[in-house]
Write a protein that binds this ligand. Structure first.
Ligand SMILES: CC(C)(COP(=O)(O)OP(=O)(O)OC[C@H]1O[C@@H](n2cnc3c(N)ncnc32)[C@H](O)[C@@H]1OP(=O)(O)O)[C@@H](O)C(=O)NCCC(=O)NCCS
Length: 178
């Protein structure tokens, strides 16, 4: 695994290569990535999450027109550690860790599901958590993401029926002791 200037190339078993030439690269978030991240977020919510949520809920979660919440994203990304994954220069996922050990986002490109992109991203988070001596990681997982977090030892501590832009929305508060 090579690492330089915030760019890490993954060449290990965690990353499921479908073509020998594919290379998963993890980069630290930079502002020029934001538009592509928001597009990935929108596309993933409206396709991958569509199996678990109603259209109205998806529209509230990821509203149009883009960039609907750009200022909100800019502000929150300044306060978090954000890692972004690329395969052959295509953005394929991102995750954010905020100061208290909370994983705030985990989104993988709709066309790159189940190829261990999120596994690679969460391994980055786990490394950072270890460096910072966190004793626990938390997240609020969607219905869709719950099996992924369970695969990494997260346990549901609360089923949340929260309001998302004023609409009812189920997700799970999950924690993992480190
Ligand atoms: C949840 C998500 C991030 C997982 O990303 P991914 O790159 O496809 O996940 P991985 O390939 O790394 O999966 C690792 C393991 O997690 C588990 N897993 C992941 N997705 C799963 C699913 N839909 N059903 C069951 N298990 C799943 C499996 O054990 C999987 O290993 P396997 O493929 O060898 O069986 C992705 O599906 C996604 O973007 N979902 C929509 C956005 C979302 O809801 N994000 C969370 C917001 S809170």
């Amino acid at each position: 695994m090579k690492s330089f200037a915030g760019i890490k190339k993954i060449n290990n078993k965690d990353w499921k290569n479908t073509m020998n030439t594919d290379e998963l690269v993890i980069q630290d978030y930079s502002e020029h990535m934001l538009d592509e991240m928001m597009q990935l977020f929108y596309n993933t919510v409206h396709s991958v999450n569509a199996k678990d949520y109603k259209k109205e809920q998806l529209n509230n979660w990821a509203p149009l027109p883009l960039p609907a919440d750009k200022r909100f994203w800019e502000q929150r990304l300044k306060k978090s550690v954000c890692k972004v994954a690329f395969i052959n220069n295509i953005m394929v996922g991102f995750t954010e860790l905020v100061d208290d050990g909370h994983i705030d986002t985990m989104y993988v490109h709709k066309d790159f599901q189940r190829r261990k992109v999120a596994t690679t991203l969460i391994n980055e988070i786990l490394q950072i958590a270890e460096q910072r001596n966190y004793s626990m990681l938390t997240t609020e997982a969607s219905i869709t993401a719950k099996p992924f977090f369970e695969a990494f030892g997260f346990k549901v501590t609360q089923v949340k029926k929260k309001l998302y832009n004023g609409k009812d929305f189920t997700n799970y508060k999950m924690t993992k002791a480190l």
